[in-house]
Design a binder for this molecule. Structure first.
Ligand code: URA
Length: 435
């Protein structure tokens, strides 16, 4: 039997913990026999001293083992999942999942809700009246077998240790630790049962990882955990310096995703969709080169197959597929108002986090987990980095349900834009792929 005091001391001194010691900590904290004050001290020691690869793997496996796991073995074929570390305007899953499913590769995806300035796929899907984001396990499996697609919120108790540890990290300034983030994400992904996992690791001002070196380290740590656990894991580092695409806010993002499936997607969003999609097709053995994968992905847009698959997906999860054709009718924001540029210039930077925050304060996101959200509010960015704008020209349009919140959001949006006299070259969207 171990003593938590000794294990905190060991980590404080920078020594490596064993599998049994890590299991003791995770089990003890989950069942309440280890108290918050000791766990907080332990997490802070990890924050400062880090963890070895082996320790990070053992922590992941112990958190995965703390709850239920999904058994997807009844689904035929290589099941692929994708996960984003979180960004602003990130509607990639809504575009990518039907494209992959249209190529007969099973997509079995557990998604989350948004918190703070970042959005979540499950909230966005609720823009369709009647859409069921919570599916019984049998229905989830049946939908993937018959239609190749299911995207749902977590129903089983996956990785409860992570839920408890994450809440404590959040309250004790210990979120930003690479072994803690990697084990948190991977414990849930491994418990979700897919054979292949494609990770979209966001880098930039709107992301957890503000610089490329940290993002690369996080990506490599997660890929290594996958290798230890015998899963195919690929991480793609993508840019999150400005919001992805033009729409931010739930219904608005669904509208942009639908437009993208019709072939009118914004360039930055589609670059990310293709980069992740090609890795998913390679993982599933559906393509043997990135070039072939990209052609296949493009064919799902050109033929309308991905659009039709999206309608089928909405239908089998309880929504009305006709809504996909007329999504704008679901946008019920009462106040629509433009943010205009004060002078001529090129857009040099848009602080993604501020844009996410502006949408959140109008009700588009949650400040805390219990908050309700307003699906119809949000922002359309009319100008992105590198675009020229004239004085009084709209740079963004705000959709709100409260005029004073609309004004606050407009101020924040204007503040998030930086201008320059010369054209700024945007950074590449896809920075690196790590396998
Ligand atoms: N997302 C997670 O699930 N966990 C983290 O620690 C950070 C982002």
């Amino acid at each position: 039997m171990f003593r938590m005091y000794d294990l905190i001391e060991k980590k404080k001194n920078g020594e490596e913990l064993t599998k049994e010691e890590i299991e003791f900590i995770v089990q003890g904290y989950t069942d309440g026999s280890i108290y918050d004050y000791q766990m907080s001290a332990f997490l802070m020691a990890v924050y400062f001293n880090g963890m070895t690869k082996q320790e990070t793997f053992e922590l992941t496996m112990a958190m995965e083992a703390s709850g239920d796991t999904l058994d997807l073995s009844e689904i035929k074929g290589v099941k692929v999942d994708k996960h984003s570390t979180g960004g602003v305007g990130d509607k990639t899953t809504l575009v990518l999942a039907p494209m992959i499913a249209a190529l007969d590769v099973p997509v079995a995806k557990m998604s989350g809700r948004g918190l703070g300035h970042t959005g979540g796929t499950i909230d966005k899907l609720e823009a369709f009246p009647g859409f069921l984001t919570s599916l019984p396990e049998e229905t989830f499996i049946q939908n993937v077998n018959e239609h190749k697609i299911a995207v749902a919120g977590q129903t089983k108790n996956l990785a409860p240790a992570d839920k408890k540890i994450y809440a404590l990290r959040d309250a004790t300034a210990c979120v930003n630790s690479i072994p803690l983030i990697a084990s948190s994400i991977m414990s849930k992904k491994l418990a979700s049962g897919a054979d292949g996992i494609c990770l979209d690791v966001k880098v930039g001002s709107g992301a957890f990882m503000k610089n490329e070196a940290d993002a690369q380290c996080l990506a490599k740590t997660m890929v290594d955990i996958g290798t230890f656990a015998n899963k195919k894991v690929v991480a793609v580092l993508t840019n999150m310096d400005e919001p992805l695409g033009n729409a931010v806010g739930n219904t608005l993002e669904v509208m942009e995703a639908i437009d993208s499936l019709k072939g009118n997607g914004p360039k930055d969003l589609m670059e990310v969709v293709f980069a992740l999609g090609s890795q998913m097709l390679l993982m599933a053995g559906r393509a043997s080169s990135e070039e072939e994968a990209n052609k296949l992905l493009q064919s799902t847009i050109d033929s309308g197959a991905a659009y039709d698959k999206f309608k089928e997906f909405v239908k089998i999860q309880g929504g009305n597929p006709e809504d996909v054709d007329h999504m704008e009718s679901l946008l019920s924001a009462k106040v629509v108002s433009d943010v205009v540029a004060l002078k001529d210039g090129y857009v040099a930077k848009i602080e993604a986090e501020q844009i996410g925050h502006a949408s959140m304060i109008m009700g588009g996101g949650r400040a805390s987990k219990e908050d309700d959200i307003d699906l119809s509010v949000g922002i359309i960015l009319r100008k992105k980095v590198g675009d020229f704008v004239k004085a009084n020209e709209p740079i963004a349009t705000v959709y709100a349900n409260d005029s004073s919140l609309c004004e606050k959001a407009k101020e924040e949006i204007l503040d998030s834009y930086q201008f320059s006299d010369t054209k700024t070259q945007g950074k590449p969207m896809v920075i690196k792929t790590i396998k």
